[in-house]
Design a protein around this ligand. Structure first.
Ligand code: ZN
Length: 336
């Protein structure tokens, strides 16, 4: 038997939803990950200290041994005092959604300049700004690149603020991030953007379970993301953007979001091994994200065993993006 043991992993972009479903989703993530940066786009959004605290408690109760890294949603009316109290409530980051860009973003932000005082307060408090960096009005394949100018405006207006360009999907964004200081600007990369392209999504039969925002793009984009993840560049680390929707929501309503948390680490190990870079996996999933956020690295370990298995067709009513995919590694132990 062949084993891979490494520092326990962090998922630096994760949706656990709310209500009854949260328990199952949190446990799915906790199987492989020690911590997860949990997104605030619940209904209502997490935008008050009370709601952030309560959400953290719910996750800890649902999945003992899993540490939620809490976030709040940046809303147009926020002021510096609220930012301070969100930090005191345990938040490590604030999430910015341009208006209408993704699930529950109808209340998102239109006037970025109007938020500069909030960003300054976040920088003072040592909070990280996470951005769903797409311009909703641009053509779908250009939305991410169309946001570059706004992204740079924020970075130049508040250069001391740490900013994460979430779920990078476009080779042009990889190139942009590489030009910026790695202690201030980083990008998360998902499993599905490392695995899939538009041809997987809609080249044959439409596969709604691969539909997400930003959409998966060309093989050149995917290759640039792989190169960024495999290179050990400190600008890039793992954030799954695992975003479960019940089967009907995906298949009838076309909701955006890929479910990957239950098997993401195993799929990453399989991908990295196939490319001969298994040795850089630990940096990508367990070190670079924590370092960028200024968090201690996980002390605990995770052990994977070399073993073939197939991603199931469904997890509690949700079809995983990788349903039916054969993987080469299995998590057998998390802890110690
Ligand atoms: Zn997300």
């Amino acid at each position: 038997m062949q084993y891979l043991e490494m520092r326990a992993a962090d998922d630096m972009h994760l949706h656990l939803r709310q209500g009854a479903q949260l328990v199952a989703y949190a446990r799915d993530a906790a199987r492989s990950f020690a911590r997860g940066l949990v997104m605030p786009n619940t209904l209502p959004p997490l935008a008050s200290p009370e709601s952030v605290r309560a959400y953290g408690r719910q996750i800890e109760e649902a999945a003992p041994g899993f540490t939620p890294l809490l976030t709040f949603k940046i809303l147009p009316h926020m002021d510096a005092g609220l930012v301070r109290s969100l930090k005191e409530a345990g938040a490590v980051a604030g999430k910015l959604y341009p208006e209408g860009v993704t699930t529950h973003a109808e209340d998102g932000v239109r006037d970025v300049e109007g938020l500069f005082p909030v960003f300054e307060a976040m920088a003072e408090e040592g909070l990280v700004l996470c951005i769903h960096a797409e311009s909703p009005g641009a053509p779908v394949l250009e939305r991410e690149a169309a946001f570059h100018e706004t992204f740079l405006r924020i970075h130049h207006a508040v250069p001391s603020l740490r900013i994460v360009f979430e779920h990078v999907s476009d080779a042009r964004t990889v190139a942009l991030i590489r030009t910026l200081p790695p202690d201030k600007v980083a990008g998360t990369i998902t499993l599905h953007h490392l695995l899939f392209t538009l041809d997987d999504l809609l080249g044959g039969r439409l596969n709604p379970h691969l539909f997400c925002k930003p959409v998966v793009k060309t093989s050149a984009d995917r290759d640039a993301l792989r190169e960024a993840a495999f290179s050990g560049d400190p600008h890039f680390f793992f954030g799954s953007d695992s975003a479960p929707h019940p089967r009907e929501k995906k298949e009838r309503e076309g909701a955006a979001g890929c479910y990957t948390a239950p098997y993401a680490l195993e799929a990453l190990a399989s991908l990295f091994e196939a490319h001969g870079v298994l040795g850089v996996l630990e940096g990508f999933v367990s070190e670079r994200g924590a370092r960028f956020y200024g968090l201690l690295l996980n002390e605990e370990r995770v052990v994977l065993r070399k073993e073939e298995w197939v991603v199931p067709a469904e997890y509690h009513g949700v079809v995983p993006a990788c349903a039916g995919m054969r993987l080469g590694w299995r998590v057998v132990e998390k802890g110690r």
